[in-house]
Ligand binder design. Structure first.
Ligand code: Q46
Ligand code: ZN
Ligand code: ZN
Length: 306
């Protein structure tokens, strides 16, 4: 199998794009594609300050690497959730993230949930009796902390490294449950609104195996273990299902996602701007973040501030 751009041995075969590339041309292609997505969806510019949520996994570290190469002004945010599995998941992923940042001279914010609020995420979930739903507690904490650091730090855009596999799994879950609000908010970029920083997902059109190949070929050291709470999550079942479709029909994921974006652009699905606008009038009296609650927001209630 030869590279389509030179005669060297191909390092990756991408059936969905009908192209094989060697290591050097793959790394070049991947960085150029990222820039193309940033421009296509008008995500951000080089004069804006970006904050990237990094987990220590392949996607977020690969995105940090690519944005640095492209000359963007991007800082990292690592949130230590206090997940102390056999592999010491949280501390190990923090360690790898810190090494990555140090080696490249990148600026990293670290939030330790237990240090900040007196309890780890699994402890919070257990206290409120939602042991089996640690992920929903986790999601609430992560969203709040990302928004807090982005607002306090005066960042223009908050980035996450969701890839196409993540996006299509959300899309399928939101479609199966007809969660139209969530569908309306699913887009490569969400405009800023009062109390909300703009959000962008520059990797949303990359297959997971493409981001993994980038991290591997670039020699990035990342945490390979999954969070132990991901096991059995619905999200993984959807991913497995979508992978079966992809096997049978290469390109399925991309068509599914891009088709959805087109439908949304044509106005078939109401965009998020109105949604975010509705929150404008209400602010949490404790933390000041926008909320739909009449009093303290869900996060402040969770951490017992009220
Ligand atoms: S980190 Fe948190 Fe995920 Fe772990 S507890 Fe669930 S939501 S699985 S992205
Ligand atoms: Zn080549
Ligand atoms: Zn609050």
């Amino acid at each position: 199998m030869r590279c389509h751009r030179c005669d060297n041995r191909a390092a990756i075969r991408m059936r969905q794009h009908r192209i094989n590339l060697c290591r050097e041309h793959y790394l070049e292609w991947f960085v150029a594609q990222t820039q193309r997505f940033i421009e296509k969806y008008a995500m951000f510019t080089r004069s804006e300050r970006l904050l990237l949520a990094v987990s220590g996994g392949k996607d977020s570290l690969a995105l940090w690497d690519v944005l640095g190469r492209l000359g963007y002004n991007v800082d990292g945010l690592y949130i230590n959730l206090g997940i102390d599995s056999a592999d010491d998941y949280s501390n190990e992923s923090q360690r790898l993230t810190e090494i990555f940042a140090r080696e490249r001279g990148m600026n990293l914010h670290v939030v330790n949930v237990a240090g900040e609020y007196g309890e780890s995420v699994p402890q919070m979930a257990q206290r409120i009796g939602r042991r089996l739903r640690t992920c929903s507690t986790c999601g609430l904490v992560k969203r709040h902390e990302m928004n807090r650091i982005a607002t306090d730090g005066g960042y223009d855009v908050l980035l996450t490294a969701h890839n196409l596999d993540d996006e299509t799994a959300f899309l399928m879950a939101n479609t199966f449950s007809w969660s139209t609000d969530l569908l309306a908010r699913q887009y490569p970029v969400l405009k800023e609104a009062p109390g909300f920083t703009r959000k962008a997902k520059p990797f949303c059109r990359f297959y997971e195996r493409e981001t993994a190949a980038y991290a591997l070929l670039r020699g990035i050291e990342y945490i390979e273990e999954e969070c132990p709470y991901a096991v059995g999550a619905k999200q993984l079942e959807y991913k497995a299902l979508i992978n079966r479709f992809e096997e049978e029909k290469p390109g399925f994921k991309l068509h599914f996602y891009v088709g959805f974006l087109k439908a949304r652009d044509s106005g078939a699905i109401r965009s998020n701007e109105q949604e975010a606008g509705n929150l404008e009038t209400q602010r949490c009296p404790v933390c000041g973040q926008p909320t739909t609650a009449q009093d303290a927001c869900a996060f402040c209630r969770l951490v017992n501030r009220r």
